[in-house]
Design a protein around this ligand. Structure first.
Ligand code: ADP
Ligand code: 5GP
Length: 200
């Protein structure tokens, strides 16, 4: 069947549970890889350079963009974020499904460049729960929380541009829905065109 991996755009407002869902998904789906983004944001407590992000200066970020080494990039709440191009093609060719956990401007850029991507938007059960989760996470200053909440409605308004929506109320069903989407996408006839043609 299809030997090429999926390219998955995964977006949602800050605090919706993207990291939490992905962590759980990666534990049960060994064929899935997560792209490590570059950012000019400073590391949060517990975050590691090269694992969670490549934490780089604004000058270095601008240089990578100028050298066309970012598949997409965007500014979000005062910091720059971007996806290094290099590993993406190699991993999907190897047959791995690659997830880009990126915000909506970057998601739109990927959809244009790679219309074959699968896009998934994760929502909190309500805006109240979103605020509660952001505060309980305890990683951001009050100012950063306010900026993220202010950005949330604009981001949620973009959810209809995505192929799928997952509501992250209870974690397990949300993770199962994500796994199910990936399984179904792999069975799409168009993704198995080569296999069908070889048989003929
Ligand atoms: P994001 O990556 O979208 O910014 P996180 O994964 O960091 O969001 O989640 C934000 C907070 O909400 C974290 O404290 C996390 O433990 C919590 N959280 C995530 N998913 C759930 C869930 N289904 N139920 C309750 N709390 C959750
Ligand atoms: P955080 O600062 O909470 O880690 O991330 C803030 C936002 O930036 C999140 O919506 C996250 O998905 C997004 N983001 C992370 N990496 C990238 C990236 O490489 N490109 C884009 N466009 N957004 C990203």
């Amino acid at each position: 069947m299809s030997s090429k991996g999926l390219l998955i755009v995964f977006s949602g407002p800050s605090g919706a549970g993207k990291d939490t869902v992905l962590k759980s998904l990666m534990e049960r789906e060994p064929g899935v890889r997560l792209s490590v983004s570059a950012t000019t944001r400073g590391p949060r407590e517990g975050e590691q350079d090269g694992r969670d992000y490549y934490f780089i200066s604004r000058e270095r970020f601008d240089q990578l963009v100028a050298e066309d080494k970012m598949l997409e990039h965007a500014e979000y709440c005062g910091n720059c974020y971007g996806t290094p191009s290099e590993p993406i093609e190699a991993w999907t060719q190897e047959g791995c499904d690659v997830i880009l956990e990126i915000e909506v401007q970057g998601g739109a850029q990927i959809k244009k460049k790679r219309p074959d991507c699968v896009s998934i938007f994760i929502l909190p059960p309500s805006l109240e729960v979103l605020e509660h989760r952001l505060r309980r996470r305890g990683t951001d200053s009050e100012e950063a929380i306010q900026k993220r909440l202010a950005a949330a409605k604009g981001e949620i308004a973009q959810a209809l541009q995505y192929d799928y929506v997952i509501v992250n109320d209870d974690l397990e069903p949300a993770v199962e829905q994500m796994a199910e989407i990936l399984r179904s996408e792999k069975q799409k006839s168009i993704r198995n065109k080569d296999f069908i043609e070889r048989m003929l």
